[in-house]
Design a protein around this ligand. Structure first.
Ligand code: ADP
Ligand code: MG
Length: 400
């Protein structure tokens, strides 16, 4: 993969940098600035090299048109603080004002354009539309640095087409993330344990298929565990369930058994009366969820304490642990225990630990852990999963 060095001298040259500044916001306040921090290495290096920097990113999922709640303005402010230098913010992505601001940049100066996804072309299915938008972006700069690891698995204008229109290279974050992923795929140490949770069940099933011939143990928590329990014939009351994935999951369970891979499911679950922080809740056996006081309306919102301890022991005995997806609805204190126990186990094991996934990274920070207690906290959940699934990532292919 081409690195920044291959771009030659960048003094007084305008470099457009695709970052992933898609941070979680609550009422306009950034609740986890991890992705901004992760983007700083490349930005500092390019500033030191005397480049003029035009940063681009998406934030959230606006509907292809301007929507103030997804503005990158708060990100520019936070980045200015972290960088110790003003990051100019431009209220449009392409247009006369953006062009004028770019022309006005001096060496080492940094500016951030408004949310790429305020333009429908960014994520268009039509390659020609994406290409036309990428051409507008390319017109600003002499070179392109791709550093938004969280989006390298997407064929989007600012990731895929833009890289083909300018001399382009991978930024330091993308390079660092890849190095870690290679440790997880090329001759990994054993025992190799993967902990999967979160809510996007179908998103994560693909990775299981691929991991079955690489890992020793899969620990399943979060919303997806109920599809597994159901596949084994247990009732799951009103917990998250993807019926259409049941056959796939049964296939994985059989395949795992054939290959000697252990898929470890929780033995106990925290079941709540309803989805809410103050909801009544109790711990029940995972194979008897409907026997809780809430009957068929109970919702499983966390793994139980016995399961969390069992998962922690598995993690303690591993050499490599990859974790994606919270064990429960950690945003609510009542259902954060499973995630906390697993996170603590990751900080205590001697294994090389990798945390992937936006919510997982936010969870460990929200629960009071610091980044340096883990081997690596990835900024890209989807991208790391697709890499681990063995898929080729379009945003990386174009940098090869
Ligand atoms: P990541 O961003 O780390 O890949 P996901 O986006 O897949 O993780 O999932 C994170 C979300 O999963 C969290 O918001 C959490 O509340 C939710 N979640 C975890 N366990 C459950 C559950 N049992 N039921 C519903 N949602 C859950
Ligand atoms: Mg998520």
């Amino acid at each position: 993969m081409r690195t920044i060095e291959t771009l030659g001298s960048l003094r007084s040259r305008t470099v457009i940098v695709r970052c992933d500044l898609n941070v979680p916001l609550s009422d306009g306040v950034i609740t986890d600035d991890g992705r901004i921090r992760a983007s700083l290495a490349t930005i500092r290096e390019l500033r030191d090299a005397g480049a003029k920097l035009v940063l681009i990113s998406h934030l959230g999922r606006p509907k292809g048109e301007p929507d103030p709640q997804f503005s990158l303005r708060p990100v520019a402010e936070r980045m200015s603080e972290l960088l110790g230098a003003q990051v100019r913010f431009v209220e449009e992505t392409v247009g006369d004002a953006a062009q004028a601001a770019v022309s006005d940049l001096s060496d080492g100066e940094v500016m951030l354009l408004e949310n790429l996804r305020f333009n429908a072309a960014e994520t268009s299915k039509d390659a020609a539309e994406r290409r036309a938008f990428a051409e507008q972006l390319a017109a600003y700069a002499d070179a392109f640095v791709s550093d938004g690891f969280g989006v390298v698995h997407r064929k989007q204008a600012s990731v895929y087409e833009l890289a083909q229109l300018l001399p382009s290279a991978a930024g330091r974050l993308v390079a660092a993330e890849l190095e870690v992923l290679e440790r997880l795929t090329v001759d990994p140490k054993r025992p190799y344990t993967v902990v999967l949770g979160g809510s996007k069940v179908s998103d994560k099933l693909g990775v299981i298929a691929h991991l079955l011939d690489r890992v020793d143990t899969l620990l399943i928590g979060g919303g997806m565990l109920f599809t597994f329990l159901r596949a084994q014939g247990h009732a799951v009351a009103s917990s998250l369930l993807e019926e259409d994935q049941l056959d796939t999951v049964r296939g994985y369970l059989a395949e795992a058994e054939r290959r000697g891979v252990r898929i470890v499911l929780p033995t106990d679950v925290v079941v709540a009366e309803r989805f809410g922080d103050d909801a009544a809740h109790e711990v029940v056996a995972a194979d008897a969820i409907e026997s809780s006081s809430f009957g068929a309306s109970g919702i499983g919102l966390d793994i139980g304490p016995d399961s969390a301890e069992a998962f922690a022991r598995e993690i303690a005995g591993s050499q490599i642990v990859f974790w994606n997806g919270p064990m429960g609805v950690f945003e609510m204190e009542a259902f954060a225990s499973g995630t906390r126990t697993v996170a603590r186990a990751l900080t205590e094991t001697s294994a090389f630990t990798v945390v992937g996934g936006g919510d997982s990274a936010a969870a460990v920070r929200a629960l009071g852990f610091s980044d340096d207690q883990f081997g690596h906290i990835s900024t890209g959940g989807g991208a790391s999963l697709e890499f681990l699934e063995g898929k080729s990532l379009p945003g990386l292919e174009v940098l090869a």
